[in-house]
Design a protein around this ligand. Structure first.
Ligand SMILES: [Fe+2]
Length: 193
């Protein structure tokens, strides 16, 4: 379950309906999806098969060409450098679509002059439209596993705004820390957020 905050006003929204409505007003899709399709330690291929219907439907919604599973944990090589690519305000030329299977992270969204932080966890689906100024970081356990959708993987590059806005916000995670069994996946690919 996600936690939505507006750090400038100390406003926090924790209900599913409240988060969905507030994010919808910002052009962001937020949904809760079932996690019981497949055991949490399943292979990436098993995850993609188990969520085949949702993957196809999401491809239709956003004209996404491909989907994969990203798996990041503290043992991921070059994790600090990987995270440093995405913890500064940036945009992409395509949507950023994530369904979180495990772990927690924070999307900071800078929309219409206001910053929102969306802490996402298992079962959360977030769809951030192309061009949205945002940045991302992991919570304390530095773990996330998610299904991602892509319109064109060659376009998946952060365009930095160099605004410095990201420096004014602490990446505070409020939700439950992931305490399930850690699975060191050999299927991990580069984190793109
Ligand atoms: Fe991003």
């Amino acid at each position: 379950m996600a936690v939505l905050r507006f750090p400038d006003t100390d406003e926090m929204i924790e209900s599913e309906s409240g988060i969905r409505a507030a994010l919808a007003g910002m052009g962001i899709d937020y949904e809760r999806w079932s996690l019981d399709r497949v055991p949490p330690d399943s292979s990436a291929d098993a995850v993609l098969t188990a969520y085949a219907d949702e993957i196809v439907e999401m491809k239709r919604r956003g004209a996404y060409a491909t989907a994969d599973v990203v798996d990041v944990n503290p043992a991921t090589p070059n994790l600090d450098a990987m995270l440093a690519r995405f913890d500064k305000e940036h945009t992409h030329d395509e949507d950023e679509v994530r369904f979180i299977l495990a772990g927690r992270g924070i999307f900071f969204l800078h929309i219409n002059g206001r910053v929102a932080s969306v802490e996402v966890g298992p079962g959360d689906m977030l769809r951030v439209p192309r061009g949205t100024t945002h940045w991302f970081t992991l919570c304390e356990d530095r773990r996330i596993r998610a299904i991602r959708w892509f319109q064109d993987t060659t376009g998946w590059t952060p365009h930095y705004t160099d605004s410095g806005v990201d420096k004014g916000y602490q990446p505070l995670c409020f939700g439950p820390v992931y305490l399930g069994a850690r699975v060191e996946s050999k299927l991990g690919s580069g984190l793109t957020a």
